[in-house]
Design a protein around this ligand. Structure first.
Ligand code: MN
Length: 238
């Protein structure tokens, strides 16, 4: 499960498309997207080998060390996906609403690719909501189960909480990208995202926002008076 099929089809000396560089430095990116599909879940994505290794956590992550949260391994996602917030149209794969629930960097003292292959990765998160050490442990090895089931477990450290403490999922339900709750994301039309449309509306009143071009992606040329939003516009994060 890598981007090899994507790369094999392309000659990057001839196409301007991105080859999807590998980044093996420490401090790789992670993102957790809250996804209200048919069933609510949280998608944990860890950058490794130029892609996001991904797990769907059905009940969401827990900061309580005794809690074992089912994490179903899903297909690798491109790194661009980490910015995605909006709605996936009805009838499409994963139809529903997505917000960027947490993001930051992750690290591991082990060879992460080998650890994943072995079925146990110990890693640390530095996010806006989640931190400290965690374990991902593969279940049902060799049982022929259809799903690739793992468990996400918080290690006991300074970032851990007890059952008496507030549940981080309840305490911090909002997007770290837009500040929106998942119910506040309006259905998007076409390829536009909720955050994109919101930014576009703001742009109408204040066309220039200091610092925006430095941190955001390069703007695509938008003709004056155009009503449709361009996709994936980044809003200044709080
Ligand atoms: Mn999902």
């Amino acid at each position: 499960m890598t981007l090899a099929p994507y790369r094999n089809k392309r000659d990057f000396s001839k196409t301007p498309e991105p080859p999807g560089r590998s980044r093996n430095k420490a401090g790789r990116r992670f993102v957790i997207q809250k996804h209200q599909a048919r069933r609510l879940h949280y998608d944990l994505r860890l950058e490794l080998g130029g892609v996001y290794k991904s797990w769907a956590i059905t009940r969401g992550p827990s900061l309580v060390p005794g809690d074992k949260r089912l994490a179903v391994r899903v297909e690798d996602h491109p790194l661009d996906y980490g910015r995605f917030e909006g709605t996936i149209p009805r009838g499409q794969y994963g139809a529903g609403t997505v917000i960027v629930w947490d993001r930051g960097t992750w690290s591991s003292t082990s060879d992460a690719a080998r650890s994943l292959a072995k079925g146990h990765l110990e890693f640390s998160l530095k996010g806006r909501k989640l931190g400290g050490r965690w374990h991902l442990v593969r279940m049902n090895v060799g049982t022929g189960a259809k799903r690739d089931n793992w468990l996400l477990i918080k290690a006991d450290d300074g970032k851990a909480r007890s059952r008496k403490d507030r549940d981080i999922l309840v305490e911090r339900p909002e997007s770290v990208k837009s500040g929106l709750l998942i119910d506040e994301v309006k259905p998007s039309r076409g390829a536009s995202t909720a955050s994109g449309r919101k930014r576009n509306m703001r742009t109408k009143t204040a066309r220039k926002e200091p610092g925006e071009s430095a941190r955001g992606r390069k703007r695509m040329p938008v003709s004056r008076g155009r009503k449709r939003a361009t996709p994936g516009r980044k809003r200044t994060s709080r």
